[in-house]
Write a protein that binds this ligand. Sequence first.
Ligand code: ZN
Length: 200
Amino acid sequence: MGRHYSGRPGAKGPTDADVLPTPERRNHGPVERLERPIGDNSGRPARPYRAIDTLAVMERRGSITAAMRQAGENFRARFMTAQLDRVVTELSDVAARRIEAGEWPWSFFCYPEDRPRPVFPSSFFLLAPGDGSLGLAVRCPACQRTSVNLVSHEHVDLPFHNDPKVGVVEHVFNDDVAGALEEFRAELYSASFDTRRLAL
Ligand SMILES: [Zn+2]
């Protein structure tokens, strides 16, 4: 198998064997040798060590793809240059304006009360995937009773994305959680959902 060195003719292979990372450097983080030699300051071929990062290690192990690694690198580059304070302030302003305008980041339809209710995700106590949608069990912060809605993934994942209409299981659930979970399973797959408008 051929080894190609790009140094001047007559150079006798790598001469950097004695240039090893110090123990102190090794403690600082992983290092590896370059796969191919590069020219050192005097033009001789050398294979120096370089720092490797977590993304590179993950890609090498196959935990992530090259595309995922690139996305991670891009995020890191943006994160390093972002003015995070400004981004956070802008996001809070947008959220505050929307809430003042009567929008709420998350909502669900409370079946016992027969009305939509604003909610925080901490009231979601069970999510179960259906056919491209999610069965969502919510304990109502107002009446403390449980409803099961059928919603889109975005309804749960994205603040201020409220499905205009959601499926609602027409069933008043048990108060005890274990019982409710059993009922939830039974109802979720029984296709007895009715559609309700979610406008608050
Ligand atoms: Zn309620």
